[in-house]
Design a protein around this ligand. Structure first.
Ligand code: MG
Length: 353
């Protein structure tokens, strides 16, 4: 064994967490309400002087308090073995914990460990995960619920994006869609965030959207109406992608017959390893896969983008929606995330975290 390897096996893996408040560039409106900030949980994993970073953004509807998560963080990963054994132990704990470790802690820690492993081995995380490079996977730009004028201003600020995601469930949905169609030739999809409360209302709105050229509809009905989705699907022609309804693998198994695809977010499933498994099973079941985010910084978006090679669409514009990103390294070109060749996630901290 050479001396470098001996060093790594002797040193202790160190994990730490911190809270950070992401500030939106514009107020962000969805069917759950409008907000100006999002709390996010950041995790650092350090071994032998090399640090990996992870994140789990916490929009209020998830119901987590970032300070409570930070205060309890140390309880979950104590007495770790040294060196690479510590890394393997943490990944095993995350996979096997089921729900005993809160999902945001699993997510941010899993991402930090993958970033660390990439940095230690000199490989981009997607190569570690054996996910192919993404080719021509369009990234959508999100347009929240707002006035028509605000929406048109936001479109002017985007450059190169050819796919937009409209958040619906406001009182001017149709007005915004018609104004969007007049302003641009770009494609669009929609996310109702459970905002339609009957089959009739959802079918009426979706059939209007079909006439306007919409590509797919995300989460049209409340989670409580999951088993009524086929009644809706019989009345419409657009693919239904489920987000809030599918949090984990067991939900996918249960709801596969009721949808056409799934929105996979790292914070929902608890990190990259679980997300990869969910994607594999979704694709095998013939489902479309959208890789989504929770208005994360570049850290969470970079991690999710490592899975792009297996995705049909990616919705990872979070870094573009905030103005105090604590990381650099994510860039967009021609409406797609640029895939990096640097070790780990390809990001670097630019704020004290
Ligand atoms: Mg969604």
């Amino acid at each position: 064994m050479n001396s470098k390897k001996a060093d790594i096996y002797a040193v202790q893996l160190s994990l730490s967490s911190s809270a950070y408040i992401l500030k939106f560039r514009h107020a962000f409106g969805i069917a759950h309400g409008t907000r100006n900030t999002t709390d996010t949980l950041l995790v650092k994993a350090t071994l032998n002087g090399v640090t990996g970073y992870g994140e789990a953004a916490l929009p209020p509807y998830l119901g987590y308090d970032v300070k409570v998560l930070c205060n309890s963080f140390g309880e979950y990963f104590s007495d770790l073995p040294s060196g690479m054994d510590g890394i393997q132990t943490v990944l095993r704990m995350i996979i096997n914990s089921n729900l005993s470790i809160p999902s945001p802690i699993r997510c941010a820690t899993d991402i930090a460990i993958h970033d660390l492993c990439g940095r230690l081995t000199g490989m981009p995380v997607r190569k570690l995960l054996e996910i192919p490079d993404a080719k021509d996977v369009r990234c959508s730009f999100t347009l929240g619920i707002s006035s028509v004028d605000e929406m048109l201003e936001k479109i002017k600020e985007t450059e190169g994006f050819t796919l937009f995601k409209h958040k619906l469930g406001g009182d001017n949905d149709r007005e915004r869609i018609l104004a969007f169609k007049k302003a641009t030739n770009a494609s669009f999809c929609v996310d109702a965030n459970q905002g339609w409360h009957s089959i009739k209302e959802a079918a009426t709105e979706i059939n209007f959207l079909t006439e306007q050229g919409c590509l797919f509809v995300e989460q049209p009905l409340p989670v409580a109406m999951n088993k009524q989705l086929n009644e809706l699907r019989d009345k419409i022609k657009l693919p239904i992608i489920l987000d809030e309804s599918i949090q984990r693998l067991s939900d996918l198994m249960d709801l596969a017959p009721y949808c056409d695809g799934i929105n996979i977010k790292l914070v929902k499933c608890g990190g990259l390893a679980s997300a990869k498994e969910l994607m594999r099973i979704a694709k095998r079941s013939g489902k479309k896969v959208l890789i989504g985010c929770m208005s994360e910084s570049s850290c969470g978006a970079a991690a999710a983008s490592e899975l792009s090679g297996w995705a049909d669409w990616v919705d990872l514009d979070g870094p573009l929606l905030i103005d105090n990103d604590p990381f650099s390294g994510v860039s967009y070109k021609n409406g797609m995330i640029v895939q990096h060749e640097t070790p780990g996630l390809g990001i670097d901290p630019i704020a004290v975290i």
